[in-house]
Design a protein around this ligand. Structure first.
Ligand code: GLN
Length: 265
């Protein structure tokens, strides 16, 4: 039995989209393989200690919450980048994904420093990109898997030319509604706009992260975990993928006038 040490960054601020569900999936899938998950919340007052964690998780948040944590998170860039460099797994969703790039400019022009881990920048646009999404991901060369989920973001994320996207958009908007790419991958780090909830519908991604976290913990190379039956999970994925396909691709961009924008969005 291996104890996988998970750091959940800013659980009190970045926690709007099924983040607890994603953690529950990681925990159960680890337990079903005879391992345990030790989850520690890391907030403003906590530092990232070298070698102390195997998997980092950073959830979604609105611009307001992102603004509250951005400076603190970017001050921890060095240990976070080093952790990914030395093989830790990391999953960042939506607002957390945006803050892992070099910068995020919010809807009202707020400039937020990023971690600079992922080679990308994000600027909020006029309309929100909302809807079901289906991606095709090349997990390893020649191994393709789909990811299904939901997106809701104003941010338009532009990947640097050398960046590796998480997947190709089959249905939905993705990073910016134009490039045809979604998310970003760098070593064991995955950033994505997909939530609602991501891992229950896409258990292969949970296993991919767990395999990397286990390898980091034991000092070996990532090896695929034993497969699970995953009937319910396959059903959830199919429903979600079907919704994205029925949407016929990207839904209309919803535009709100700046002053009339609903609170908290
Ligand atoms: N505030 C960011 C945006 O709208 C992220 C929102 C989110 O995490 N869903 O782009």
């Amino acid at each position: 039995m291996t104890t996988i040490r998970v750091a959940h960054l800013y659980p009190d601020y970045l926690n709007i989209y099924a983040d607890r569900g994603n953690m529950a999936v990681l925990r159960r899938r680890a337990e079903w393989r005879g391992h345990e998950l030790e989850i520690t919340g890391l907030g403003m007052a906590d530092s990232i200690v070298a070698g102390a964690h195997d998997l980092f998780y950073i959830g979604g948040g609105q611009d307001r919450e992102q603004l509250l944590v951005a400076a603190d998170l970017s001050s921890k860039a060095e240990p976070l980048i080093a952790a990914v460099e030395e093989g830790c797994a990391l999953l960042a969703v939506c607002g957390g994904y945006q803050l892992l790039g070099r910068r995020y400019r919010g809807f009202h022009g707020e400039e937020m420093p990023g971690v600079g881990l992922l080679p990308l920048e994000t600027v909020a646009g006029e309309g929100r990109l909302i809807g079901n999404v289906l991606l095709e991901c090349e997990v390893e060369p020649g191994l393709r898997r789909t990811l299904a989920g939901f997106e809701n973001h104003a941010g338009r994320t532009l990947l640097d030319p050398r960046a590796r996207p998480l997947g190709r958009v089959v249905c939905g908007y993705g990073n910016d509604g134009e490039s045809g790419w979604e998310g970003c991958r760098l070593k064991g780090a995955v950033g994505t706009y997909l939530h609602g909830p991501l891992l229950p519908r896409n258990p292969w991604l949970a296993d991919w992260l767990l395999a990397r976290a286990l390898a980091h913990r034991s000092g070996g190379e990532p090896t695929a975990l034993e497969p699970l039956l995953d009937e319910l999970e396959a059903g959830a994925h199919a429903v979600s993928a079907g919704r994205a396909q029925a949407g016929g691709g990207a839904a209309a961009v919803r535009r709100w006038p700046r002053r009339a924008r609903p609170a908290g969005s």
